[in-house]
Write a protein that binds this ligand. Structure first.
Ligand code: HEC
Length: 215
């Protein structure tokens, strides 16, 4: 008795069936999920959410390595306040509207976070758009935010002797924070990438499925 061909067919159809189940249904779902693709906004002629720049992508890696997610969330929640029915997080100035799933479509790894030892950072690029501010804050949070309990990240900077002209990137530190005369504190590539990432965190566009932004 030779059951070889029957056995082959059995195995073939089992594999073909599971393959189509896993691969094909996924493909169909992806094409149906037009709503989760980035959107071309006709008014601003931009793709929203905008893809991350290379610098910001590297900065996201630094954000992961340094564990910023342990103290910061990245989600403006839609929990409503009792009286006005607006989002509590919007009232806190964490963003102009609650976030929805599509806001994260360009992120790759998503740092929603649960802890809010510090403020939500999903829109920190809108709230605090100054590179200088972020550099000083990362070097030591107490420079910009008196009595801050956020840890300093001095290893993202280099204190070095000024050779020739001072660097235009040198931190403007005064008083007790200033380096010794003849020295300057300059950001490393990791600091620059991290700040590029922080500045890229902004929800300054509308989406059809999201609540409207407040002014
Ligand atoms: C131990 C908790 C903790 C960790 C870890 C931490 N932070 Fe903070 N962060 C805070 C607190 C508290 C504040 C509020 C006080 C202040 O401004 O420093 C804050 C404030 C901030 C702000 C200002 C936000 C605003 O709206 O005022 C930024 C930006 C920020 N953190 C970025 C970072 C980044 C980037 C990292 C990782 C490199 C990080 N934080 C790690 C606790 C933390």
């Amino acid at each position: 008795m030779n059951n070889g061909p029957l056995l082959f067919l059995g195995i073939f159809f089992t594999i073909a069936f599971s393959w189509s189940g896993i691969v094909l249904t996924n493909l169909v779902q992806q094409t149906e999920a037009g709503a989760t693709q980035p959107l071309f906004d006709k008014d601003t002629e931009k793709v929203v959410p905008a893809p991350m720049t290379g610098d910001a992508k590297q900065g996201q890696q630094v954000y992961a390595e340094l564990g910023c997610v342990y103290c910061h969330s990245q989600q403006v929640r839609n929990s409503l306040s009792r009286d006005g029915g607006t989002s509590v997080d919007v009232e806190r100035n964490y963003g102009r509207r609650p976030n929805v799933a599509r806001d994260y479509i360009q992120d790759g790894r998503i740092f929603l976070g649960t802890m809010r030892t510090g403020p939500d950072l999903r829109n920190v690029g809108q709230r605090l758009p100054s590179v200088d501010w972020h550099m000083q804050h990362l070097y030591n949070p107490q420079i910009t935010s008196k009595d801050s309990i956020m840890p300093p990240f001095p290893f993202l900077f280099e204190e070095r002797e000024i050779v020739g002209e001072p660097s235009p990137k040198a931190l403007r530190l005064t008083g007790d924070w200033a380096p010794p005369p003849g020295y300057e504190v300059v950001p490393t590539a990791r600091a620059e990438a991290l700040v590029a990432y922080l500045l890229s965190l902004r929800t300054d566009y509308d989406l059809p499925e999201a609540p409207k932004s407040v002014e």
